[in-house]
Design a protein around this ligand. Structure first.
Ligand SMILES: [Zn+2]
Length: 231
């Protein structure tokens, strides 16, 4: 099994450490700025709605959802879902996360090209991330079905591409959020620095995910190359 290959473990270990560091940082910065109430006193949901209204996105709904940092914008449903810790909270962290999600709604509503590409890749990438592993295993084990390995690697390539496309999408949503909350007077300049911390930490988790899939792809290519040269 791939998981027990020492090469895989050696390649992925630093990436795993980076991922753990990134998620610990999100947790600590979000917790810290969740305790800092905004001067304006408006909630995450209100901040998101203000931004949506300012950009005439009246058809985007704002809903509350369960789960820790499960906040997301669904372009297909045109729904902005905010977690319990964000929706009704008037903390700096909550407003920052809500504004970030509103940033995704703006990307969608205003035809940001990367959003279109991201939407196109989302489903194939979801399928690819589950299926590619099994195809590669099957291809590696069954000599007469080696082509499955190639199909698996190509499918995993879609996952890698998706993770890479996610980066500009996330960075852009955060920079929109940081700009808008100050411009619209939702937060003061100093409060916005806290938002930068939270969103910057969150962005690192996407960087970690992208590095992880690129590293896994490199591993596949190295292994695939070795197997190929043995034939
Ligand atoms: Zn995002």
């Amino acid at each position: 099994m791939i998981g027990f290959d020492p090469l895989y473990l050696i390649m992925l270990a630093p990436v795993l450490l980076f991922s753990l560091w990134a998620s610990a940082r999100v947790k600590s910065s979000f917790t810290k700025y969740s305790q800092v109430r905004s001067q304006s006193g408006i909630t995450g949901a209100e901040a998101a709605m203000r931004i949506l209204r300012a950009y005439d996105l009246h058809d985007v709904r704002v809903e509350q959802t369960s789960g820790w940092l499960s906040d997301h914008y669904s372009p297909a449903e045109r729904v902005l879902r905010l977690s319990e810790a964000v929706y009704g909270s008037s903390s700096i962290a909550a407003i920052g996360v809500a504004a970030h999600e509103a940033g995704h709604a703006l990307q969608h509503g205003k035809g940001y090209a990367v959003m279109g590409l991201w939407q196109m890749l989302a489903k194939p990438a979801a399928i690819g991330s589950n299926l590619s592993y099994w195809l590669i295993i099957a291809g590696a084990l069954l000599t007469s079905f080696q082509f499955l390995m190639i199909v698996g690697v190509i499918l995993f390539g879609v996952v890698v591409l998706f993770q890479i496309v996610t980066l500009p999408l996330e960075f852009n949503a955060s920079s929109r959020a940081k700009k808008l909350i100050v411009e619209m007077g939702i937060l003061g300049q100093q409060e916005a620095a806290g938002v930068s911390r939270v969103l910057g930490a969150a962005a690192m988790t996407y960087v970690a995910a992208a590095i992880s899939s690129v590293t896994t792809m490199l591993y596949y290519l190295i292994r695939f190359g070795i197997l190929g040269s043995r034939d």
